[in-house]
Design a protein around this ligand. Structure first.
Ligand SMILES: C[S@@+](CC[C@H](N)C(=O)[O-])C[C@H]1O[C@@H](n2cnc3c(N)ncnc32)[C@H](O)[C@@H]1O
Length: 424
């Protein structure tokens, strides 16, 4: 059903975002009660309302009130995003938007955890039946979780790695049900539109590329590596993560979905025990914004070393800021660093991925930046995902700015990476 209140020129939106029950059901997903479903549906609608209806008002608050008031008081425009943040904090409309966005995120975690922990013993037992003795799940309790990831990222209590019971899968289960809410249902029933997009892009753009070994660093619960594994069913796929609860969940989920060519490996992406030159494709998806400068650079260097000549490094992240990125866009895109516990988020925006690939040793002529056309599973909710997903909105902002200069005519999901030179 379309929103009849949409004005001319506005993108039409469906009247309601997808319900929580659109999340693909499998044996590891916690069983929601009627009240759980109602709570999740309320939160999906709250997130969607904050994203689609309130967020578009923020540029006007800045332009019409906050920026002129600052200019009048200081006799100049904003020089830093900290100044913008301080000035915006005093505006009541901004306060309402920011408070609701933060609260929706906190409530998403509470609602998801309530559902998961009520049935955690049963969920752990189901996972154990799929995991125990499987050669495709390789856990290593000696792996140290790096300090930068051992924080409650995006306000998630206990982060990715905390275990409270034996064979714990809670972090993975909480991630899947909560992520659907935060994205307003926008990543599709299997929470995998980035993975679908990446797999389709590589297959279409590089048809001669036939990877035999694919490594996904920071694979988490494997949501976005599974479409890649399905696109290349004959490849050996290794999903690496430091967090055991994510890997247990991801492995059991992959088994339940019938995807058998993925090994889930507990290891630190900085010190992967794989032979140099042995991997055809190394993928990272939404990982770098949760690292830090030193490990980010160390992992890129290692990726270069692990790739075979002619191999591909591909990374899905938010695009960096450019020298001409407007101050308001910088402020709004950095918001999560300050209010959603994403400590590296803002710093990463100021770096330059192309320069970082070259710094890691890749040939400048082989560095790539691409805008991959977004692919979503049949039946996901295209009009909503275009409207409420704030990451999409951020990409759109950057896309409009960059497309004419960087990759003319392309639009979609930003990817960066490099091909390793053939002889080295
Ligand atoms: C935002 S999640 C993304 C998960 C997954 N790529 C996806 O698309 O669903 C980031 C993941 O990176 C993992 N991670 C961060 N630093 C890592 C490292 N040094 N080695 C391995 N995994 C790491 C975290 O444990 C977490 O599961």
């Amino acid at each position: 059903m379309l929103d009849s209140t949409a004005k001319a020129g506005e993108r039409p939106v469906t009247a309601l975002p997808p319900p929580y029950t659109a999340l693909h059901r499998h044996p590891l997903l916690p069983e929601p009660t009627h009240d759980d479903t109602a709570r999740m549906n309320f939160l999906i609608n709250l997130v969607s309302h904050v994203g689609a209806k309130l967020a578009p008002g923020m540029p006007a608050v800045y332009r019409k009130r906050v920026q002129p008031a600052f200019a009048k008081a200081q006799g100049r425009d904003f020089a830093t995003t900290s100044e913008v943040r301080e000035a915006m904090r005093g505006d009541p409309v901004y306060q309402s938007w920011a408070a609701l966005r933060r609260l929706a995120q906190e409530m998403r975690h509470q609602a998801g955890r309530q559902m998961v922990f009520r049935q955690i013993d049963e969920l752990n037992a189901r996972a154990a039946r799929l995991n125990d003795g499987a050669p495709t799940l390789k856990l290593d309790p000696t792996v140290q979780v790096p300090k930068y990831i051992a924080v409650d990222n995006h306000l998630s209590p206990g982060g990715y790695e905390t275990e409270t019971t034996a064979n714990d899968i809670a972090a993975g289960a909480c991630y899947e049900c909560g992520h659907f809410v935060t994205a307003g249902g926008g990543t599709g029933g299997k929470s995998d539109w980035p993975g679908l997009t990446i797999a389709t892009f590589v297959k279409t753009a590089f048809p001669q590329f036939q990877p035999k070994r694919i490594v996904d660093i920071g694979a988490g619960g494997g949501f976005n590596v599974l479409p890649i594994a399905q696109m290349y069913p004959d490849a050996e796929v290794i999903a690496v993560d430091v967090a055991a609860p994510m890997l247990r969940y991801g492995h059991a989920r992959a088994q339940a979905l019938g995807i058998k060519n993925v090994t889930f490996l507990q290891a630190d992406g900085e010190t992967l025990d794989l032979p140099s030159g042995s991997v055809d494709w190394i993928q990272t998806t939404m990982v770098w914004h949760e690292t830090a400068v030193t490990p980010f650079r160390a992992m890129l260097r290692q990726i270069k070393s692990l790739l075979r000549p002619g191999g591909l490094s591909l990374n899905f992240e938010q695009p960096n800021f450019d020298p001409d990125t407007p101050m308001f866009e910088k402020f709004i895109r950095d918001w999560d660093a300050w209010y959603n516990n994403e400590p590296f988020w803002a710093k990463l925006h100021t770096m330059n991925f192309r320069d970082e690939m070259i710094r890691a040793g890749f040939d400048p002529a082989r560095v790539i930046e691409e805008w991959a056309p977004q692919v979503r599973e049949q039946g996901s909710y295209p009009s909503w995902v275009q409207t409420v997903n704030r990451h999409d909105a951020e990409h759109d902002l950057a896309d409009a700015r960059k497309a004419p200069r960087k990759v003319e005519g392309k639009k979609g999901m930003y990817l960066f990476g490099a091909w390793k030179e053939l002889s080295c």
